[in-house]
Design a protein around this ligand. Structure first.
Ligand code: G1P
Length: 290
């Protein structure tokens, strides 16, 4: 089984849901407590064994690349002030990965964004991580999917059960259960109306894909919202080579949504040794007063 080395992370979105915060700052750099969301996602990929991160970017996203580069003035100043703890953390981030970026020159959809990575990924299998989805878990969600890929030798998508009234926010699959948590996917529909949804199993933003997905993406015509949808190319891949769905273990946060972003910040902060206890006490007191 070919080792998966590449992760493709689409970061070209305008972040309109977070204006005005995202007027001059890429939404992917908004912090989860004090860590940019994109770093949380990339740390998950690195923990899963990924060696090469491909960021599919757009205009104004240069600061994301800067975050994973050395910052000479900052490191020098911290060194002169003897802030050894901070230097270690800042250097760790610069050395974690050497990302490459490819520009998506027009907002033609998620499928098109993934296709932009083809010149770098080539025929190799790869993972896709959507940075609006954070997953807290013991085993990184990406690793859970790669393990299933190695087991079945087919593409794998992360699945989560959602309320019926929420199906129109997701790609929804039709599937036959193979084992506990594992499904053979027979169909996929992007953002169906509840009446048309084949199940309550939603695709969450973690995928393991064979290099052959690019041929399917090239043939994919604009679908939901007039965009080239990854979901439609996955439907074609499922018919051609099979596709596995895995109900990952962990808690998913949708940080593309304001409430989801706030919940993720609380969840991550509550687990921190330096903040958790004080924040818990503050929340309890605030709620008692209401
Ligand atoms: C994207 C995908 C959708 C998937 C979702 C998961 O939609 O198109 O199939 O279910 O991510 O978060 P988006 O949320 O970007 O509109």
């Amino acid at each position: 089984m070919q080792k998966i080395r590449h992760a493709v992370i689409p970061v070209a979105g305008l972040g309109t849901r977070f204006l005005p915060a995202t007027k001059a700052i890429p939404k992917e750099l908004l912090p989860i407590v004090d860590v940019p969301a994109i770093q949380v996602v990339i740390e998950e990929a690195v923990a899963a064994g990924i060696e090469q991160v491909v960021l599919v970017t757009g205009r104004g996203k240069g600061a994301i690349m800067d975050h994973f580069d050395h910052s000479y003035e900052l490191e020098d100043t911290l060194r002169r002030r003897n802030r050894l703890d901070l230097i270690a953390e800042v250097e760790r981030i610069s050395e974690m990965i050497r990302p490459v970026s490819v520009r998506q020159k027009a907002p033609l959809g998620l499928g098109h964004a993934v296709l932009c990575a083809q010149p770098i990924v080539g025929d190799n299998p790869f993972v896709v991580l959507l940075p609006d989805d954070l997953v807290e878990s013991d085993i990184p969600a990406t690793r859970q999917l790669i393990d299933r890929y190695e087991q079945f030798g087919a593409g794998v998508v992360a699945l989560m059960r959602v309320d019926r009234e929420d199906v129109s926010m997701y790609g929804i699959v039709g599937a036959e259960q193979m084992h506990e948590r594992t499904h053979r996917i027979t169909s996929l529909i992007e953002k169906p109306a509840p009446a048309n949804a084949p199940s309550d199993l939603a695709v969450i933003g973690r995928y393991v894909l064979p290099g052959s997905i690019f041929a399917h993406l090239q043939r994919t015509r604009p679908g939901h919202g007039g965009e080239i949808q990854l979901t439609d190319a996955l439907q074609s891949l499922a018919r051609d080579q099979g596709l596995v769905g895995y109900e990952f273990q962990g808690t998913r946060h949708d940080i593309g949504d304001k409430l989801g972003f706030l919940k993720a910040n609380l969840a991550y902060a509550l687990q921190r040794d330096d903040l958790g206890d004080d924040l818990r006490e503050h929340l309890l007191r605030t709620l008692e007063r209401e």
